[in-house]
Design a binder for this molecule. Structure first.
Ligand code: SF4
Length: 366
């Protein structure tokens, strides 16, 4: 499809020229002017931001990044942090395996690499939680290595520039080959960020602003009038639904029943309210079957409320149960956390939703 349009090195040059004037400002980024004057990005900042940005928007990451850098200014500080403090600081950002791997990686870099990140993709890939995307992003952005950084923005831009009609995910190798051919040897870090910024601000998913695009004359999809239709995608499989029960119990002294979730699996290592196992169901709207055994003996109230939350691979519905437990209640699952140590903000979003529902339910009638 690119036969009538000549894509040359000019494209990288045009993109970099556009980036020089339009680079987005981000707390972890060293802008093009500062780079040209010799300032280098802090690899710790690049790594931290890239891990946070996996599956998460720039807007959501800004405050978390600033908080982490202020709590743990150097990678050695993060490596020395308590696991629970890091998990609590991460709460609300989702995909909690990232936080566990973040800590592991900080400790490996500190203990085995003297606190200095390796500079090649190959070496970066050996670190916990660093996959091909993150390795390429760190190598390019932090160390200006000629690495091919592929994320959703880059895939979309490549699909359009080259009018690739093969649907995703099948098109990935083809899109990567195009991206590799365009990546310049010089200013590889700026170039990677330029393509990402173009995808985030101009070549957007639904309505690309081709009229102000710095590479419009070289874009095959614009020429063919199919820009907004690309990239094509294979039809999505509907997400399955899992259901279960969640138990909120409070002692008269204010202590709250909680449990530390297992290290592996969803929400691994996070503090949460006690839940039953989450079972898959055929009918996503069917009523949740009665709970078998709550985590402690007491007067449990079925609130009739459900928490609904969507994870990457499934929807979750949890029936909320509430108990005003006795002072000497002894749980079979979880433990009572003193009220002074309980902060619902340190819990994952699904748990916070349950807490909010119960607060509504337990409010005295007017
Ligand atoms: Fe995207 Fe339009 Fe630019 Fe092509 S011309 S890269 S479709 S914004």
């Amino acid at each position: 499809m690119r036969d009538e349009i000549e894509i040359t090195d000019d494209l990288s040059r045009d993109l970099l020229a556009w980036y020089d004037d339009h680079a987005r400002e981000m707390p972890w980024r060293v802008g093009p002017a500062a780079r040209k004057s010799g300032q280098r990005p802090n690899p710790y900042h690049v790594w931290l931001s890239e891990v946070m940005l996996q599956q998460t928007t720039v807007a959501a990451v800004r405050d978390y990044f600033t908080k982490f850098i202020s709590l743990w200014p150097r990678i050695e500080d993060l490596a020395a942090a308590q696991d629970a403090d890091v998990m609590a600081a991460w709460a609300g950002l989702g995909y909690y395996a990232r936080a566990r791997n973040l800590l592991k990686c900080a400790r490996v870099v500190t203990d085995q690499h003297a606190g200095i990140f390796p500079t090649t993709e190959e070496a970066l890939l050996t670190l916990p939680g660093i996959g091909p995307y993150t390795a390429a992003a760190i190598a390019a952005i932090a160390f200006d290595r000629r690495a091919v950084v592929m994320d959703g923005n880059v895939e979309r831009v490549m699909a359009r520039l080259f009018a690739v009609e093969t649907p995703l995910p099948r098109a990935k190798p083809e899109l990567k080959a195009h991206a590799a051919a365009l990546t310049p040897a010089q200013r590889a870090g700026d170039y990677a960020q330029a393509v990402m910024d173009l995808g985030a601000t101009i070549c957007t998913p639904r309505s690309p602003a081709c009229g102000i695009c710095p590479v419009m004359t070289q874009c095959a999809a614009r020429k063919a009038g199919i820009a907004a239709e690309l990239p094509r995608k294979e039809p999505k499989q509907p997400k399955p639904t899992r259901v279960g029960h969640i138990y909120l119990a409070f002692r008269p002294d204010g202590a709250v029943l909680v449990e530390q979730r297992p290290e592996t699996g969803l929400l691994g290592g996070m503090l949460g309210f006690v839940t039953s196992p989450w079972a898959g169901v055929d009918d996503p709207a069917a009523p949740i079957v009665a709970a078998l055994a709550p985590p402690l003996e007491g007067e449990w109230q079925d609130t009739g409320q459900e928490v609904r939350h969507t994870f990457t691979h499934f929807h979750l519905r949890l029936r909320v149960h509430l108990c005003h437990a006795s002072e000497n209640a002894s749980p079979q699952q979880g433990y009572f956390l003193p009220r002074a140590k309980f902060r619902v903000a340190d819990m994952p979003t699904v748990m916070r939703k349950a807490f909010d529902l119960c607060r509504i339910d337990t409010r005295p009638s007017p």
